[in-house]
Design a binder for this molecule. Structure first.
Ligand code: H79
Length: 480
């Protein structure tokens, strides 16, 4: 793929303003992770499909897709453009008059997700700008009432997903820069601040909208709340106080109970409030091995390029290889990977996104066995790549060795090198390349608590060669 060389889209200026806030957020997140060590990643039956699924498509689509990053000559904005470019409230509202994505085809989106190898979709029902991408009785600031489009894309997407068994979740922003009862102080910004704002009134509105989203669209598997760094505790406040006050302010437990009364098996991310969380959501990074995987369900969400909402000046796409590696890194820790695309205002997914997703999808479909329904690697991650695993029905254990760095070699000089899986007492049964036809086997030996696999020949795959390693019995770790 040709990547045009232009100036790098950068968020550094905005980051300068938001940086301290984000720093506080990440300290807080770190402390919360430690406090939540009572969690067990396999405790809930409702999480099972999600663990098996591993890879989802995040979709950010809204009024911000129209300017597509550009305002007054500045081209680096994304879904935060209303705040970032300080667009007057009425002017931003006016974007709705222009929203007419006639090329939107839900079946096509779902097909792209399937070709990408993705098993679920999470779409923005409402982002921070407050504009609802679904038909809501509780506001007229929605796609049916305000746009010439007049169709409900969430309904069309829900129907398209149902047809082929794609799981669907809704992103919902708690932060709302438009609703009169979401006070400016909660986010440090509002398009039309109201001194009389009453959060309880807003929470009731939010609950009403959630009731709509969970009643009118068939089975919804995930609620993905977001707050954009709102409800910050003072940076010197104790994290315990935040953990009490934040859910109390938002009536989080009450909301969760209402939600579960409508969709009992729905799973909820960690941004509604402490006490309501099924999974953690590291944003724009893949966690370091060991940081989340031992005790938490987690899903890292990352963008396919520099922006969540579509940005027409974007030039920094991830390659299929980077996407495959991020997917494998998450899976090797028992985590999920939610990869974002920001469709265009005409309703199409950017063709560059589509091509990259399909490219990664080819590898993912070929190597599906090494990703889907797997578990984390049983030992610390090696320096040559990552490990996923699964128990076999005969009592043995299968490891998938994702060899990221395999020497190139050539026909006249095939490579010969060994990789080690350290820390296991098990005897190896067999080792072979997952995708080569005919099957290519490798020798594997137990050596004082390490298994040494002798690889030879050219790499089976350019971006990530998977070697299957079957071990006798269930995992027995070497005693240190
Ligand atoms: O919906 C996406 C983001 O809009 C939202 N969460 C994901 C899933 C988000 N909320 N807060 N943050 C992200 C962290 C704040 C990041 C910022 Fe920026 C960096 C704010 C300003 C600089 C990203 C880049 C948003 C605007 C520019």
């Amino acid at each position: 793929m040709n990547k045009p060389r232009k100036k790098r889209v950068s968020h550094w200026i905005l980051f300068g303003i938001m940086g301290p806030l984000i720093a506080v957020m990440s300290i807080q997140a770190q402390q919360l992770i430690e406090i939540r060590s009572d969690w067990n990643p396999t405790m809930d039956n409702r999480m099972e499909w999600w663990h098996d699924a591993k890879y989802g498509m995040f979709i950010h689509w809204g009024l911000y897709s129209i300017p597509s990053g550009e305002w007054n000559g500045e081209t680096t904005y994304g879904e935060w453009i209303m705040r970032g470019a300080d667009i007057p409230y009425k002017e931003y509202e006016g974007l709705a008059n222009k929203f007419n994505p006639v090329k939107f085809n839900a079946d096509e989106w779902v097909q792209i997700a399937q070709e990408a190898g993705m098993k679920y979709i999470v779409i923005t029902s409402k982002h921070h700008d407050g504009f609802c991408m679904f038909d809501s009785k509780y506001t007229d600031y929605d796609i049916i009432d305000r746009t010439p489009f007049g169709r409900d894309p969430l309904k069309e997407l829900a129907d398209a997903c149902a047809k082929v068994g794609m799981h669907l979740g809704f992103y919902y922003s708690i932060t709302d820069w438009h609703h009169p009862h979401f006070a400016e102080k909660w986010h440090g910004y509002h398009g039309n601040p109201n001194p009389e704002a009453d959060l309880d009134v807003y929470v009731e509105f939010m609950q009403n909208q959630l009731r709509e989203l969970l009643t009118n669209y068939g089975p919804i598997k995930i609620l993905w709340f977001d707050d954009g760094g709102s409800f910050m505790m003072p940076s010197d406040g104790p994290v315990e106080a935040y953990m009490e006050e934040h859910p109390a302010l938002l009536h989080s437990v009450e909301t969760m109970n209402m939600v579960r009364s409508l969709q009992p098996d729905i799973i909820i991310n960690d941004r509604l409030g402490y006490g309501t969380t099924d999974f953690m959501t590291p944003e724009q990074f893949v966690p370091e091995p060991g940081s989340y995987s031992a005790v938490h369900n987690f899903e890292s969400c990352l963008t396919i390029n520099g922006a969540w909402g579509h940005n027409k000046s974007e030039v920094n796409w991830k390659s299929p290889k980077e996407i495959i590696h991020e997917l494998v890194q998450n899976a090797s820790m028992g985590g999920n990977y939610l990869l974002n695309v920001g469709p265009m205002s005409n309703g199409k997914i950017d063709p560059v996104d589509t091509e990259i997703l399909r490219g990664a999808g080819k590898w993912i479909h070929r190597n599906a066995e090494a990703i889907f329904s797997t578990q984390a690697g049983p030992v610390p991650q090696p320096d040559w790549g990552r490990i996923t695993s699964r128990p076999l029905s005969n009592g043995n254990t299968r490891l998938y060795l994702h060899v990221f760095d395999w020497p190139r070699g050539s026909r006249s000089q095939p490579t010969q090198f060994a990789i080690t899986v350290a820390g296991l007492e098990n005897q190896p049964v067999q080792a072979y390349a997952l995708t080569t036809i005919p099957r290519r086997s490798y020798s594997a030996e137990q050596n004082k608590g390490s298994i040494v696999i002798k690889l030879n020949g050219r790499r089976p795959d350019i971006v990530n060669s998977v070697v299957v390693l079957d071990l006798e019995g269930s995992i027995r770790k070497r005693k240190m």
